[in-house]
Design a protein around this ligand. Structure first.
Ligand code: FAD
Length: 407
């Protein structure tokens, strides 16, 4: 039988993340929405807290191992038939903190999208070295976004170092993170199979921030343009094998999405839940009750709409949980990760904008956070693969088509 209750060990960390969201993020949410590019100093307190918690070994809020199931989890899998490990824990944290403020969530030290990428493909030795870094993710370039196979940044081995050259745009936390996971090709003639990911320290010679973007939403998050000009990093900072296996294509680097897409889905679910809760309170104050005993079409139109949105929210939440659970239990989850991201990305924008509409002036004005959530949620349907790209992946997997057959 399926048990949809959160296990006890996850409840504690989810509650803790919720407290952070409520006590730290919500009170400063508008402040950093209005002060784009100002560094949220309050996050330093969080960084110290996270450090303390992981040093004491009592709790894991973020970090590269946040997306990795430990050996003891694998043992639990053998004994109990399933486990809730690093991915599930990271997912619950992402959801709860995004409920507070997704822009700030994306700025939490040690919880970058690059951390999930490191967790997905690193060796044990690399996890040791990069386990406590704050890693952003740099795939996108001026010449492409969705087509990840078009990476043109190069990585050339020179003795004991890789030398990287290229330009990366729209790097979330690109300025604040301590490390950047950069996608680059080791041989342009060998196509997508030659695309590898590299862990580049922010202070590596040749890496610089060209500028920060002004954006529609998630203004608390720094989005950077990075230049790699003869940027040198140690040879063993490559993630996964340096061998180019043309048969395997770029499955190696693409595997990172199996971990990161459920996380982004969880962020969208968190923002959607924030909007639903706020809308519910506004509807109740206006005398509109939502009933679960009466058919939707016999209720106030706003209540019927609320029920529809809540059903979408639940579906997105469950899809995200399934994708993370599969990752923790070492089951291939590319299809499920894309399904979760597609459903949650769309639900996030739909729910938040509908809430703006149904809440009337309170929805559109800056007195409440509804309008902000409407702006913030859009990116969750774009980065780590847009809505259309997720649907394409789902269609390919279900129909058994290759990327060449269905584009
Ligand atoms: C605020 C922000 C933060 C970001 N953070 C990061 C980050 O941390 N790291 C990083 O590497 N990138 C990041 N990105 C980049 C993001 O991942 C890309 O914007 C995204 O992948 C889409 O690429 P694109 O903007 O070039 O759009 P395009 O690929 O040009 O697509 C434009 C439109 O066409 C659609 N489309 C494209 N191909 C197809 C197709 N085959 N079939 C149907 N429709 C299609 C897309 O869905 C989209 O709607 C960020 C972007 C933003 C705005």
């Amino acid at each position: 039988m399926i048990n949809l209750e959160l296990p006890k060990k996850l409840r504690t960390s989810a509650n803790q993340a919720h407290q952070v969201a409520q006590e730290i993020f919500r009170p400063i949410s508008r402040k950093y929405d209005l002060a784009e590019h100002a560094y949220p100093v309050e996050l330093d307190t969080m960084a110290a807290m996270i450090d303390g918690l992981s040093d004491s070994g009592t709790q894991q809020i973020g970090g590269a191992s946040g997306g990795r199931s430990s050996d003891s989890d694998s043992h639990a899998t053998e004994l109990l038939g399933n486990s809730n490990g690093g991915n599930m824990s990271a997912l619950m944290n992402a959801l709860e903190t995004s409920w507070g403020d997704v822009g700030l969530m994306l700025s939490i030290p040690y919880q970058g999208l690059g951390n999930a990428a490191i967790a997905a493909v690193s060796t044990d030795e690399q996890i040791e070295r990069f386990g406590k870094v704050w890693a952003s993710m740099a795939i996108t370039e001026p010449s492409f976004g969705s087509d990840s196979a078009a990476v043109s940044t190069t990585a050339v081995l020179d003795g004991d170092e890789w030398v990287l050259n290229g330009e990366k745009i729209f790097v979330t936390a690109g300025q604040r993170s301590t490390h950047v996971v950069v996608w680059a090709t080791v041989d342009k003639n060998l196509g997508r199979a030659a695309i590898k990911s590299f862990v580049v320290p922010r202070d590596a010679p040749g890496l610089s921030v060209a500028r920060l973007e002004h954006k529609l939403g998630i203004k608390a998050s720094d989005t950077a343009v990075l230049l790699l000009q003869d940027c040198r990093i140690p040879k063993d900072n490559i993630l996964g094998s340096p061998e180019v296996n043309v048969e395997k294509g770029f499955a190696g680097v693409m595997q990172t999405f199996d971990n990161t897409r459920p996380m982004v889905a969880a962020m969208a679910v968190g923002v959607a839940r924030a909007a639903l809760e706020e809308l519910r309170a506004i509807l109740t104050a206006a005398g509109i009750e939502v009933s679960y005993d009466t058919p939707a079409n016999n209720q106030h139109a706003a209540a019927a709409e609320f029920l529809r949105m809540e059903a979408d929210y639940e579906a997105a939440y469950l899809l995200a949980l399934r994708a993370a659970w599969m990752a923790d239990n070492k089951k291939p989850n590319s299809l499920e990760a894309s399904m979760a991201k597609a459903k949650a990305g769309r639900t996030g924008t739909d729910v938040t904008l509908k809430a703006v509409e149904l809440a009337g002036p309170e929805g559109y004005s800056q007195r409440e956070l509804l309008e902000k959530w409407g702006r913030d949620s859009k990116i969750l349907d774009i980065f780590e693969g847009t809505q259309q790209i997720q649907q394409l992946i789902v269609a390919r997997r279900i129909l058994g088509k290759t990327s060449a057959e269905l584009k």
